[in-house]
Design a protein around this ligand. Sequence first.
Ligand SMILES: NC(=O)C1=CN([C@@H]2O[C@H](COP(=O)(O)OP(=O)(O)OC[C@H]3O[C@@H](n4cnc5c(N)ncnc54)[C@H](OP(=O)(O)O)[C@@H]3O)[C@@H](O)[C@H]2O)C=CC1
Ligand SMILES: O=C(O)[C@@H]1CCC=N1
Length: 270
Amino acid sequence: MEISNIAIIGGGNLGKSIANGLLNSEFLSAENLYVTRRKLEKLNDLKERGVNTTNDNVFAAQQANLIILAIKPFQIKDVLTELNTVLDPKKHVLVSVVTGASLEDMQSVVGKEIGLFRAMPNTAIAISESMTCISTNNTSPEEQATVVDLFSQLGKAVIIDDSLMAAATVLGACGIAYAMRFIRAASQGGIEIGFGAEISQLIASQTVKGAASLLLESGLHPEQEIDKVTTPQGCTIAGLNEMEHQGFSSSLIKGVKTSFNKISDIEEDV
Ligand SMILES: NC(=O)C1=CN([C@@H]2O[C@H](COP(=O)(O)OP(=O)(O)OC[C@H]3O[C@@H](n4cnc5c(N)ncnc54)[C@H](OP(=O)(O)O)[C@@H]3O)[C@@H](O)[C@H]2O)C=CC1
Ligand SMILES: O=C(O)[C@@H]1CCC=N1
């Protein structure tokens, strides 16, 4: 399957991040991209880049052969019902990034053999550094290759079982926010020990990038890399142990589980 035009239905925070990622990576040119939302003026930045912006979802869907749904969970039924008037199984593939809406939920609304995917990217998709988990159950190997290729050009992409999408949402999508909080807290600590805010944030951000790259490149467990940093009787182990006494890992794990439990409430809104 070859992607001709893409329509992003719901140009909010994630929808725009995807649009910017597609443009920045030169995956497709602006004239092949359609982005919708009701408050059209909030898409002016994309319009200035040459993207087709509209508040007409049906029109956008008609122009595209790949449709990305990026509205809020409680809106998915209405928007899918609206799009269903023009969805064509021979033409369209539908990718939902909506939290809490399963493939079965979507299938029950569209009721026909449209190729359906869920994708869970994060906002780093804007700079082609997303982690995107993808699920599907009725698509051809060709369609799967196309969708995986799309998200692989915008970061890393893996296919997972749909039952794991809530967990993927928390670890990958919410995870960006957790990591930002770590960086903010580390920067604030840096200011206490002498740095100005700007350089403190630079040091904290680049250090987190380096830590992530070490793990991605080596495949080692974090503790193996930590062992290389913790000089016996040194300052790293002293600080790390104090963080653990204060509940660092425990608070992170509890936060992850709280986000995960919240998805059950969101699923009820779908
Ligand atoms: N933000 C993130 O990092 C991630 C979000 N998600 C999921 O992506 C989805 C979007 O989240 P997020 O971008 O944060 O939310 P936003 O509220 O920022 O974006 C939703 C957008 O949908 C638009 N919208 C609402 N109704 C319609 C409609 N009928 N037709 C077209 N557009 C419409 C809204 O604009 P307007 O009011 O102008 O119409 C709004 O811009 C959610 O389901 C979320 O769970 C998943 C992973 C990560
Ligand atoms: O906070 C949310 O509900 C959405 C899903 C993951 C990131 N943002």
